[in-house]
Design a protein around this ligand. Structure first.
Ligand SMILES: Cc1cc2nc3c(=O)[nH]c(=O)nc-3n(C[C@H](O)[C@H](O)[C@H](O)COP(=O)(O)O)c2cc1C
Length: 205
């Protein structure tokens, strides 16, 4: 689909048709697009936890603020940031070194820079987890829409309970919940007011 058209038709779904299932392979196709999202130093700290069964979605709905769409969705997903993700940098950069895209010196310098930035800096780790996850999640929602699926982003309430339901490890910090499915067609809210560009863009020179 043409990009501008895609951004226009992506809406936050009010509710989903409850009888629609999505297959793992369809989700896989969406995640293949998501792989290309930007992240700080390309450390790819974002992880997705996907619940598709009625049982799990019912638990998630109950643990959240009871919005029906969490249950009626084909999948309800928790987007997380890995607070130890930066430690994977050597593995993530290894291939570039092997292929000669990076020499040994550049490789060592990059790993050193990443470690220096994040070691003992939990505030930056948390902030960058959120930055990386939000950029990834936006791409997820656009990729889903491009393949005919609607989404709705939400806060994660009751974080500890949600982590228990999805078996999310301690070092993965929930950032967003996204429900995905086929929107109920007669339930589409009018596009909310958008500020004109000059109210949110500040040309400084
Ligand atoms: C952090 C966040 C939390 C949100 N929580 C909810 C929610 O709980 N329920 C809901 O229906 N929409 C939720 N939304 C969707 C917004 O209401 C929606 O994006 C906004 O109204 C603009 O509508 P649009 O996405 O259709 O353009 C949330 C969006 C964000 C970014």
């Amino acid at each position: 689909m043409e990009f501008l058209e895609l951004t226009k038709i992506r809406r936050s779904a009010i509710n989903f048709q409850s009888d629609i299932k999505i297959s793992s392979s369809e989700l896989q196709e969406i995640f293949e697009v998501v792989k290309t999202h930007p992240s700080s130093y390309n450390i790819q700290t974002t992880h997705y936890y996907v619940a598709m069964s009625q049982e799990k979605k019912a638990l998630v709905k109950e643990a959240s603020n009871n919005q029906h769409k969490i249950f009626s969705a084909s999948a309800t997903i928790i987007v997380c940031g890995d607070s130890e993700g930066y430690k994977e940098a050597p593995r993530l950069y290894e291939g570039m070194k092997m292929l000669g895209i990076m020499d040994e010196l550049e490789f060592n310098y990059t790993i050193h820079t990443i470690n220096k930035l994040y070691t003992d800096n939990p505030k930056l780790i948390e902030e960058d987890n959120i930055r990386n996850a939000c950029l990834s999640a936006m791409l997820f929602m656009l990729a889903a829409k491009d393949k005919g699926w609607d989404t709705c982003p939400m806060h994660v309430h009751n974080v500890e309970k949600i982590k228990e339901i999805y078996h999310i490890p301690k070092n993965h910090q929930p950032v967003l919940m996204i429900s995905l499915g086929k929107s109920v067609e007669n339930k589409i809210r009018p596009r909310g007011y958008r500020k004109p560009v000059n109210e949110f863009v500040h040309f400084v020179d």
